[in-house]
Design a protein around this ligand. Sequence first.
Ligand code: AHM
Ligand code: MG
Length: 334
Amino acid sequence: MAIMRGGGFVTVQQHIIDEQEDNSIAHSGEFSWLLSAITLSTKIIASYVRRAGLVDVLGEAGSVNIQGETVQKLDLIANDTLKRTLGYRGNVGVIASEEDDEAKVIADPSKGKYIVMFDPLDGSSNIDANVPVGTIFTVMQRQEGETHVDQSVLQPGHKQLAAGYVVYGSSTTLVYTTGQGVHMFTLDPQFGAYLLVRENLRIPEHVNQYSCNEAYLHTFPKGYQSYLEWAKDQEGGNCSMRYIGSLVADFHRILLKGGVFLYPPTQKNPEGKLRLLYEANPLAFIAEQAGGGASDGVGRVLDRQPSALHERTPLIIGGKQNVEEVLGFVKKHG
Ligand code: AHM
Ligand code: MG
């Protein structure tokens, strides 16, 4: 149910404005202005997702992105939509996307002081099968005295000012943090507004459920294999597994119900598959803000210094105790 305040609904813009005064990005009104570009984009993307099958948006676009992945038509629509709306916000200086080779400068540093990075349509290989997909985004401050934009985007995740995602599922849901808890909104399709439904979400500390593509098990490092073997024997065999194959949807379930998501290094992706800057970092920020944890198997995701825009990382993310359990095995067995 939508949460009412003073007899009225709370929209996402209103919620940001109401955030405490010591939060500079939220209080300045700038984040509200910037986020309104993202919410507008996600409403447009949601409308395409809802009509998939009726309009010509399903299937492959006939190209491959810089990461060697087949681009779907909806990937392009989502990417263009975000770039177009963010481009009209004067305070956005740099944008970087999973679908583009390089970060793009759209305003000089005196005006465009924010960097926005995004995965426009996470899990897009699932779209033809009507499985939830999503948009993940993060906002950072542009570095002072920036000499080259590529360097400016390579900041560790603990410097994020705000992060969030939208899941296009049975409903369209927005989750965001500016470092003051994690808040969730549902898009009311009748009003076209995101309305507050949960505030200060907390990931359960421990739930006996994991989320992992075990088809690659034989190529995981020993520590991950040992954890998965051990987990199945816990609590009298009452361990379960859920894997959607859209990171944003798997993470959203964990945020609400607990458990742990793992994408270890594999033979095919020795550095891990997921991208550090616009997949792992925003979700790690949200996980920590909700009392959970996120590790790359060595240390905290948010402390990792990126060296490339499309850098990949292994990812262990979810309930605090769940993540520590996995790390115990990874640190012991490698
Ligand atoms: P993408 O759709 O943005 O390229 O993201 C990669 C996706 C994630 O959403 C998901 O967790 C993962 O790839 C699934 O990979 P796999 O099919 O190897 O299990
Ligand atoms: Mg993705």
